[in-house]
Design a protein. Structure first.
Length: 312
């Protein structure tokens, strides 16, 4: 299955509920007879029923109130095309405003992977390693979650599948120390990307966030500018709770990009828009299945097409 088809399939539930709400008014939304006239060039005033349909659809998809208000305001003054097309155009603008091109640092690019337990963080590291290796990079993975032996074993399976190096330590070892060892090994072996799988942690645990800061300090001493990225892994199925996590991790850990997992089967796929709008954080990658290839770089155009295209 092509990557776009996987994304479309993953967002099918979210897109389906949006289309269902739009169907009752799209093509017949008209002008609100009770609304004041609108100056030429300002667009038509949407009927209250249409406004409510847009709001209901976007809120139900976990786009969030601030982004929904912006989208509704834009759609009021956009008369080109169907309701789905008009909403899709504004969603694309929101995503593009938050997007930032990824520039890999030479000779070594260090990425920390952070997040709470249960988001698919360790699995994401394996899949991301596979993506980079397949695109021609030499990758080394660091198992810095030294508190949970099962996490290291799980990561070992994924790195073997991806065909990349893994640096690990005994359970209970200092995560910063193993990260130092991994970066040192990467430089010695000529690797150009290091992925650091950190332990799952709640942003409210000050000691764990301090540990994460220690890891950041260690890698910054070994590699100028590192960590070059701090990717926060979020579970798409938790919707607005994920937005709250992202806000806290952005402040506490310097997270500057998002990996949105479990996008397949959720009706809350609109949370990507909320993250981009409210936090101005780029969605870097999305997971749309359990297989190693069910993972892809986020593409705003493909996302909008999957969510708002009328030809499904």
């Amino acid at each position: 299955m092509a990557l776009f088809d996987r994304l479309r399939a993953g967002l099918a539930r979210t897109a389906g509920q949006i289309r269902e709400r739009f169907a009752s008014v799209d093509g017949a939304e008209g002008v609100d007879a009770d609304a004041p006239s609108v100056p030429a060039g300002m667009g038509a005033t949407l009927a209250l029923e249409t406004i409510e349909a847009v709001e209901d659809a976007l809120i139900a998809a976990d786009v969030g109130l601030p982004a929904t208000e912006r989208i509704v305001a834009a759609v009021r003054n956009d008369v080109q095309g169907s309701l789905s097309a008009r909403v899709g155009r504004e969603v694309r603008r929101i995503l593009e405003e938050a997007a930032r091109p990824q520039a890999l640092s030479a000779p070594l690019h260090v990425i920390l992977i952070v997040g709470v337990n249960g988001t698919g963080k360790t699995t994401t590291v394996g899949k991301l390693a596979n993506v980079y290796r397949a695109s021609g990079h030499s990758v080394l993975v660091c198992a810095a979650d030294t508190f949970r032996a099962a996490a290291v074993e799980q990561l070992a399976v994924w790195t073997e599948r991806a065909g990349v190096d893994l640096v690990r330590a005994k359970t209970g070892s200092d995560p910063a120390a193993i990260t130092f060892d991994a970066v040192t090994a990467a430089k010695a072996r000529g690797r150009d990307i290091v992925l650091v799988d950190t332990a799952g942690r709640l942003h409210t645990r000050a000691n764990l966030m301090a540990e994460l800061d220690k890891i950041r300090r260690v890698v910054s001493r070994e590699v100028p500018g590192a960590p070059h990225e701090v990717l926060l892994v979020l579970d798409a199925t938790v919707g607005q709770n994920g937005l709250a996590q992202a806000r806290e991790f952005q402040q506490a850990s310097g997270a500057n990009g998002i990996v949105l997992t479990k996008l397949d089967g959720t009706a809350k796929g609109g949370v990507a828009v909320a993250i981009a709008h409210d936090l101005k954080l780029p969605i870097r990658y999305v997971g749309v299945g359990e297989g190693i290839d069910d993972f892809m770089a986020f593409d705003a155009d493909a996302y909008v097409d999957a969510m708002f295209s009328e030809a499904q």
